[in-house]
Design a protein around this ligand. Structure first.
Ligand code: SAM
Length: 283
């Protein structure tokens, strides 16, 4: 139940590159709230100026979210309404805001969503991959070893997977995906969505790697990768999977760690994998 005296927290989606994607309701709410909490107030300034929105603003980014949280909750307790915006798209989706929303909710403060652009959903909507079930994976770890381990954990994932990626890591990530999932697995790169240089490529991982190796000038801008899920019927019958997983992990990790992780991923018993790993190392 909402405390009658508290204000409302609005979670407001903003464009991911095209100002025309700003919804009229987002403009209206941003014009009527008492205060705007922005991931980066300087970044949001041109957007607010474009729509003639003049409001006191406070920054709330990943490094000061917890500290700013109590200040924003105080405003809400004083009856002020606050709108949260991120640099682009929907707040909380690989952006700050989770702690604020959780705390606001647990204190009975009303939290209202203003839906709008989100790069993940925009990419999924044009990928041509199954959309009945999907999994949002956000950003992969930057370190090659951790990235590979994370991908290995997704080996059996049968849902379509969505990743955000920085342009300078796109090619290494596609290569790692091809190694882990096989070059024939299909994927889609959605670049600069809603912007002038928007381009969407739907291909096998091997062909995407070959494309970007020869078109380095396209490794610029913002990217979403949408990855086809594992073929459920195949993964159920492929008995060699624990060994495949172990092979991949042994390339990157010490034996004990590779065995423990392979056991977690595949459900195979540790001692079986341990024997397998010893045989491989010995061989
Ligand atoms: N909250 C945002 C959303 O709703 O999509 C995402 C913020 S996250 C910090 C930024 C990442 O989203 C970028 O690195 C890129 O992977 C993806 N992204 C954002 N805008 C994009 C666009 N116009 N085209 C493709 N990807 C985009």
């Amino acid at each position: 139940m909402q405390d009658k005296c508290t204000g409302t927290l609005y979670i407001v989606a903003t464009p991911i590159g095209n100002l025309q994607d700003m919804t009229p309701r987002a403009v209206e709410v941003l014009k009527t709230v008492d205060r705007i909490a922005a991931e980066d107030t300087r970044h949001s300034a041109p957007l607010l100026k474009h729509f003639s929105i003049v409001k006191p603003s406070i920054s709330m980014h990943e490094f000061n979210e917890r500290e700013r949280l109590s200040i924003i909750l105080d405003y809400l307790y004083e009856g002020e309404s606050v709108a949260l915006v991120s640099d682009a798209g929907t707040p909380l989706i690989s952006d700050p805001g989770y702690h604020l929303v959780r705390e606001a909710r647990s204190r009975g403060i009303k939290v209202v969503p203003l839906p709008g652009p989100c790069a993940a959903i925009a990419a999924l909507s044009v990928a041509g991959l199954p959309t009945d079930k999907f999994s949002f994976e956000g950003f992969l770890p930057a370190k090659p070893e951790s990235r590979r381990n994370r991908l290995a954990l997704l080996l059996h994932e049968s849902r379509t997977m969505i990743f955000y990626e920085a342009p300078h890591r796109l090619l290494p990530v596609l290569k790692a995906m091809a190694e882990v999932f096989g070059g024939e697995r299909r994927a889609v790169t959605a670049r600069e969505l809603t912007k002038i240089h928007e381009s969407v490529l739907a291909e096998t991982l091997a062909k995407l790697v070959a494309h970007f190796e020869t078109h380095e000038n396209e490794l610029r801008g913002e990217f979403v990768i949408v990855l086809q899920g594992a073929d459920e019927s195949q993964s159920e019958t492929r008995e060699v999977i624990p060994e495949n997983v172990l092979d991949i992990l042994l390339e990157e990790l010490p034996l004990k760690q590779a065995v423990a992780l392979a056991s977690k991923i595949t459900g195979e018993r540790k001692n079986v994998l341990y024997e397998m790993a010893l045989a491989k190392k010995g061989g």
